[in-house]
Design a protein around this ligand. Structure first.
Ligand code: AMP
Ligand code: MG
Length: 293
């Protein structure tokens, strides 16, 4: 069943059931090497499956419930099915969304929940997006309203000798480093997060990044003032607010993608987004969307 969180909608299944995990991979057509994040109602329940060192506990205390995923060593009694990810580590999160946490509390088992979209495509931030992409393949979607953050969680690897960022998100490197000190430079742990590499989050239309104007043959994803377009426009944030832009990113890309394909336009031109705060995460998603094959 799909459900809303503060980041994006997830396709949830029992993380302790190999059959449920396999069904998630099948519905999304997700490559087997791309591990799943397990969701919990609180820190206490996450500690059954993952080993939190002092750094993990400090981060959980500061940012949970919220849009931060921690990759940790698996605990000795870890309940998570082997096909959910690597044998030694586990990605865990307590979402900061009341409906999601109520659901997690009610089911009482860890829930594996990747974004509720066909693998490689745009993440869903409304129940309607979920139905558009996976409607034929899933039992239900719990409509939790539009996702307030709108962009996937920050993923931090704490399973190695030092902490490294695997995916930028709403919780920024500055906020994390203010608490635990400087992050390490990513090394081979990046290879262990294969879903974080290469093309992803892609619309069907091509993207042209850092565009200040768009022709009549292009859709235009605008951010703030100063852009010029002759074709269809989606404004991420008139006042140039990055938080608002993140919340509207996937909706904007979806709408423009539909228009570009329907009208036979050439691509989506995207205005530059300041690379600060959650803008780092927006630019990460746009760069990967532009890599689409
Ligand atoms: P998604 O749920 O699709 O937003 O993506 C979750 C991402 O978290 C995956 O693409 C992985 O790269 C990362 N991830 C999940 N589990 C692990 C793990 N055990 N080790 C490293 N990365 C992980
Ligand atoms: Mg995803």
């Amino acid at each position: 069943m799909a459900f809303g969180t503060e980041t994006v909608y997830g396709l949830g299944g029992r993380a302790d059931s190999a059959a449920a995990v396999a069904a998630i991979y099948a519905a999304k057509q997700r490559p087997a090497g791309n591990p799943l994040i397990c969701h919990y109602p609180d820190l206490e329940s996450a500690r059954v499956d993952a080993e939190f060192g002092p750094v993990g506990l400090a981060l959980a205390a500061a940012f949970w419930p919220g849009p931060l995923t921690l990759v940790l060593p698996r605990a000795p009694g870890c309940r998570i099915a082997a096909n959910a990810g690597p044998p030694d580590t586990l990605a865990v999160r307590v979402p900061g969304h009341d409906a999601a946490r109520a659901l997690l509390r009610a089911v009482g088992v860890p829930i594996a929940a990747p974004s509720a979209n066909p693998s490689g495509g745009l993440s869903p931030t409304t129940a309607h997006h979920v139905l558009a992409g996976l409607g034929e393949k899933i039992d239900a979607v719990l409509d939790c309203g539009p996702c307030p953050v709108g962009i996937e969680s920050t993923v931090l690897n704490l399973s190695g000798p030092y902490a490294t960022l695997l995916r930028p998100g709403r919780v920024t490197v500055d906020e994390i480093e203010a608490l635990i000190g400087p992050l390490g430079v990513p090394g081979d742990e990046v290879v262990r997060g294969p879903g974080l590499l290469g093309p992803h989050y892609a619309p069907r239309a091509a993207l042209r990044l850092n565009a200040l104007c768009a022709t009549a043959e292009e859709g235009f994803l605008a951010f703030g003032e100063g852009g010029r377009a002759q074709g269809p426009v989606f404004q991420l944030s008139t006042r140039g607010d990055l938080t608002e832009a993140a919340a509207r990113l996937f909706t904007g890309l979806r709408l423009l993608d539909d228009i570009v394909l329907r009208r036979g336009l050439s691509d989506i031109a995207v205005m530059p987004i300041p690379n600060e705060g959650i803008g780092v995460a927006i630019n990460d998603r746009l760069a990967r969307a532009a890599l689409r094959t």
